[in-house]
Ligand binder design. Structure first.
Ligand code: MLT
Length: 244
């Protein structure tokens, strides 16, 4: 097993695919996707383009769909909700398909959708992801951060570090043996530093600050929880994730 961390979709190689690609957008797309599936959503269908989302979801029965659109942290007009995981209650999402488009997370999913195995992970479902990796033993694993419009995100990197840390803890691999690039070493160091102060870290992160300006305190608190959801979103067909 070898891990590679890529901080943004733009930095992710396009010449080849790994055995397994794990997309991370802690604030907030992959946290929302995991929460929606945990709350009973039938599937989550991700779009990088909002017009395409509106067009495709229009063909779905209206009582079986929910449209989530986010740009710049705020809800997109014409959608039923923004990108808050706290909106994904069973009352709202159970039995429905969540059609979602966000600034960076859904773009990251699209970037690796050709990989044979694509997972969506955040801190909330870190352990469910690690358990799956231990069972499947993929040879090469990419941890793809969503970043913000092409730039690095602290919270995605710390989540990549949390996954790497857990794999080291639960296997005989050393950090050195697992690390396929320097970014993995950096992600592990970041996690070692912040593992007990994740919420404090989010308050220092640029996207954390953006969400706080939009009154996102409760979202930050929710997204900072580790291993609270035993759910793993797995790509079933390009762009469509189901509960694994
Ligand atoms: C994204 O895709 O950039 C995020 O999920 C933004 C957000 O916090 O809604």
């Amino acid at each position: 097993m070898k891990l590679f961390v890529y901080h943004t979709p733009e930095l992710t190689p396009t010449t080849h695919v790994p055995d397994c690609a794990i997309v991370i957008d802690v604030l907030r797309a992959t946290t929302t996707i995991a929460t929606a599936l945990d709350a009973g959503a039938e599937a989550v269908q991700a779009f990088s383009n909002i017009e395409q989302l509106l067009q495709v979801s229009e063909q779905w029965p209206s009582d079986k769909r929910l449209r989530a659109g986010e740009r710049g942290g705020a809800q997109v007009a014409g959608c039923d909700m923004g990108n808050s995981p706290l909106d994904c209650t069973p009352e709202k999402v159970k039995g429905r398909r969540l059609f979602i488009s966000t600034t960076n997370g859904t773009r990251a999913l699209q970037r690796v959708q050709e990989a044979p195995l694509v997972l969506a992970t955040a801190l909330v479902n870190r352990q469910a992801t690690v358990q799956y990796l231990l069972a499947q033993q993929p040879e090469t694993i990419w941890l793809v951060g969503s970043g913000w419009e092409g730039t690095y995100s602290l919270e995605d990197t710390v989540c990549a570090g949390a996954i790497a840390y857990s794999l080291v803890e639960q296997t005989s691999y050393s950090e050195e043996e697992l690390s396929g690039n320097d970014e993995v070493v950096g992600a592990l160091s970041l996690y070692h530093r912040w593992q007990n102060q994740l919420l404090e870290m989010f308050h220092q992160a640029s996207h954390g600050k953006r969400l706080l300006r939009l009154d996102g305190h409760a979202d930050l608190k929710y997204c900072a929880q580790t291993d609270v959801l035993n759910v793993l979103p797995i790509q079933q067909e390009p762009g469509v994730l189901v509960k694994g």
